[in-house]
Write a protein of this length. Structure first.
Length: 249
């Protein structure tokens, strides 16, 4: 059985004081959660968030990282910097990074390898654009994105990564993939993992992301292939995020 994982992606929101307030509200609301709970925050919020979540079931994630250990990469953060800041998870290959910052499948793979080597759990984002779905490329594209991202990992390492299937057309748009679409495409991703890593595919947790909210989380999470959610907008309100964490309530 795969333990569900609900992760918030705060994106470029929340100053440190706002972050402290949000997690202070969140912690008591999710204390008895049956799933893993993660907040992926801007790096400037790590210290404030850590003060509040220390010793609780809420874990800290970052929104990106560089693959090199150190050096002349102005503005970037290394895996060691994240680790020492109390980070356990890191979102990699988010579609906004691919779209606005030129990240490619090849650089996502470098980040994944560096994150796993450092003992961080990557949350690897894959997903198709609207035109890809309309052209019938979804399955091929998400399979390709997934296998490139994982390339170079062992089957044991693959078991520990988290993948987020995020159709680009559903992110921040209010449009959600239907339960069946999300389940089917996540099944395709799992079969792609199986084609290279065998039964390790059964341990990989694959989230759905794209306008998941309290109103639609229950039926999405009831789908057999969906092991969690990566939540953007709805993770910025403690009450909404906690309702998603308690999706089966
Ligand atoms: C995301 O950014 O990963 C995301 C799923 O955003 P939203 O929930 O706002 O669509």
């Amino acid at each position: 059985m795969r333990k569900p994982i609900i992760a918030g992606n705060w994106k470029m929101n929340m100053t440190p004081s706002e972050a402290r307030k949000l997690v202070t509200e969140l912690v008591p609301l999710v204390r008895d959660a049956a799933c893993d709970v993660v907040v992926c925050t801007p790096a400037v919020d790590f210290a404030a968030v850590n003060e509040v979540i220390k010793g609780t079931n809420v874990k800290l994630g970052a929104e990106n990282m560089h693959w090199e250990a150190s050096g002349a990469f102005t503005g970037e953060l290394s895996a060691a910097m994240l680790k020492e800041s109390g980070v356990e998870y890191v979102i990699l290959g988010h579609s906004e990074r691919r779209q606005y910052f030129g990240e490619t499948d090849a650089t996502v793979n470098k980040r994944v390898l560096a994150a796993v080597k450092a003992g961080l759990t990557p949350i690897i984002c894959v997903g198709e654009k609207k035109e890809d779905r309309e052209a019938g490329y979804t399955n091929a594209l998400v399979s390709y994105q997934t296998l490139i991202a994982l390339s170079g990992l062992t089957a044991d390492e693959v078991k520990r990564v988290v993948i987020a299937y995020e159709p680009v057309w559903a992110i921040g748009t209010g449009l959600t993939a239907t339960d069946e679409q999300a389940n089917e495409t996540i099944g395709v991703i799992r079969e792609a993992v199986r084609s290279v890593y065998g039964d390790a595919a059964d341990d990989v947790r694959i989230q759905y992301g794209g306008s998941m909210k309290p109103a639609n989380c229950k039926s999405l999470m009831a789908q057999p292939e969906i092991d969690g959610g990566l939540i953007g907008g709805a993770s910025l309100k403690a009450e909404d995020f906690s309702k998603i964490v308690h999706f089966d309530a």
